[in-house]
Design a protein around this ligand. Sequence first.
Ligand SMILES: [Zn+2]
Length: 144
Amino acid sequence: MIQLSAQARQAMLADCTKRRPEEACGLMLGSMDGDEAVIRRVVSMENVWPVAEERLSRYALDPLAQMRAEQAAVADGLDLVGIYHSHPRGPAAPSGFDNDRAWPRYTYIIVGFEDPANPAPRAWVLDADGTFQEHQIKLANEAE
Ligand SMILES: [Zn+2]
């Protein structure tokens, strides 16, 4: 059960909506509760996938920007617990590309836009075999 603060959810959906038709991406910061992420804050990151036209269906994070954002989070007592990105025209299920690039232990939230008026976030975590398993998202109302 992934816990997602209402504020982080709202920021994530707004970022993904605003950046359509390109894929949006960002960091999810918080802490771990056993094997499950508690997401308190998201940080929008530029999609630096090198071929601009392919940013409609691909994303990449800038490693240096990611490192800086992680350092700032640690200073606030938060850890990097995962990455979010959007599928601007498709379902919130991971692609083969997403699977190939995923790291163990991180939570991946994909925001799908099958219905553009109702962006749908779903959470995915690799299992021991390297296959994505869906984890339920529980909305947490606590203020950051
Ligand atoms: Zn994807």
